[in-house]
Design a protein around this ligand. Structure first.
Ligand SMILES: Nc1ncnc2c1ncn2[C@@H]1O[C@H](COP(=O)(O)OP(=O)(O)OP(=O)(O)O)[C@@H](O)[C@H]1O
Ligand SMILES: [Mg+2]
Length: 418
């Protein structure tokens, strides 16, 4: 049976009087980060949390994720407490800063997060391939993420947030550092996953991005919600009227203006041409450069949206893995082949297969090395294998450590964060 993804009223997030007060070493209140907010976020909604620096957005998000404990108030996520480990498995999170293991490659990073969510190796491999393609990192799959630029880190972070095909996706500044093409791709992914009935909570300072994708927003200031509502309603200017049509002859414009002046004396009327957005203009310039085959050494545009996110049946995983295994039997490096070898091969322009260093990952996940696929044949065999033996509680603890949870400490962060 498919788990319900909301309460009986269709609410995925319900918060009432939610408050977080950070205390100092002696337990004295230090910062009232969130101050009695109410939130009702529904299934399939893209909800924007806006507000200036320090207004409480990330703190709210961390409480929704169960990474921080509220000081007061009630909070239900997917109908349960956010501390419920089964609920955490159904949430995807892109943190404000990427807490990535610098020495893991892009493919290993996604495989690692996939194993924390208990995905079987074949599924991890298939999703990793689809996600790397989707976020435009297919050619960098065997490079350590510690070498990645900020935009590339956001891209791999986006993949990490979606590896578990979550019902609720929380994205903290997903487009920061991305080029306009990457921004558009992220926005397309957000709209697509919402159209599949998933819920997205987005924190961003890039208001034009928020305007493009959000159905509803809340504006926080000083830990309180100042305005909340559907974007269409809160942005509508009800005391003005706009009529748009084809390009008009100047004589026709004069006639229309004369009519308006006679009907609405003293009306202030403006006539101009609509402007395209700078984003659309930029994307058009890049598209034309691509059509003219202008070379670039920069990031690639992403591929198509991952099949499993488009709702393609996960039952195809086994069959697809078997076919891939047969096709790749000779092409995939042996278990002993290192990521560096594969990188060297990739640098020569050949298609780059994803290489996952199983020993390295075993150390991080606690899953025995042989459980992760090393060769194409292993991929085929592993479709029948049980999910890795990481308990929900252990996986949840590791995720919390990586995503900056309360009590996780700064040690790992300093060491691993770029
Ligand atoms: N771990 C912490 N300990 C103490 N105070 C904190 C902690 N985390 C956040 N705060 C404080 O809580 C307030 C809200 O911070 P928060 O990170 O939620 O803001 P934000 O809206 O996400 O800001 P930004 O736009 O800069 O990301 C700030 O005053 C901040 O200093
Ligand atoms: Mg923040």
């Amino acid at each position: 049976m498919v788990a319900p993804i909301e309460n009986k009223d269709g609410l995925v997030i319900e918060a009432a009087g939610l408050t977080k007060v950070f205390k100092d070493f002696w337990g004295r209140p230090k910062a009232r980060a969130v101050n009695g907010i109410d939130l009702n976020i529904r299934r399939g909604q893209v909800f924007g949390l806006l507000g200036p620096n320090g207004s409480g957005k990330s703190t709210t998000v961390k409480m929704i994720l169960g990474l921080l404990y509220p000081t007061r108030g009630t909070l239900k996520v997917l109908g349960e407490s956010p501390q419920d480990v089964a609920i955490k498995r159904r949430i995807g999170y892109l943190p404000e800063e990427s807490y990535l293991y610098r020495y893991l490659t892009a493919a290993e990073t996604l495989d690692f997060f996939g194993s924390l969510f208990g995905l079987v190796p074949a599924e991890r491999r298939q999703r990793t391939d689809q996600l790397l393609d989707m976020v435009g990192l297919a050619n960098s799959r065997n490079r350590p993420v510690g070498e990645f630029s900020k935009g590339m880190q956001r891209r791999i972070g986006m993949g990490q947030a979606l590896i578990n095909d979550p019902d609720l996706v929380i994205l903290d500044e997903p487009t920061s550092g991305l080029d306009p093409i990457g921004c558009r791709e992220v926005k397309d992914v957000i709209r697509l996953i919402a159209s599949r009935g998933k819920t997205v909570v987005l924190c961003s300072h890039l208001l034009s991005d928020v305007e493009d994708v959000c159905d509803e927003v809340a504006v926080l200031y000083g830990g309180k919600i100042r305005v909340e509502g559907p974007l269409k309603e809160i942005l509508a200017v009800h005391d003005r009227t706009r009529i748009e049509g084809p390009r008009l002859d100047p004589a026709v414009v004069e006639d229309v203006l004369a009519l308006l002046r006679s009907r609405v004396p003293g009306a202030e009327v403006r006539v101009d041409h609509p402007r395209m957005t700078l984003e659309n203009f930029f994307l058009d310039v890049v598209r034309r450069a691509k059509e003219a085959s202008v070379e670039t050494a920069g990031a690639q545009a992403g591929g198509q949206i991952a099949g499993y996110l488009r709702g393609q049946d996960n039952d195809q995983v086994a069959a697809t893995a078997a076919v891939l295994a047969a096709l790749n039997r000779d092409a995939v490096p042996a278990a002993s082949g290192s990521a560096a070898d594969a990188k060297a091969e990739g640098d020569q322009g050949a298609p780059v297969p994803a290489v996952v260093d199983t020993t390295k990952l075993a150390g991080l996940t606690g899953v025995p090395a042989q459980m992760a696929p090393a060769t194409a044949a292993d991929v085929a065999d592993s479709t029948a294998a049980a999910a890795p033996k990481v308990t929900d509680a252990e996986a949840s603890k590791r995720l919390a450590e990586l995503l900056g949870g309360e009590g996780a400490g700064d040690k790992g962060k300093k060491k691993e964060n770029k």
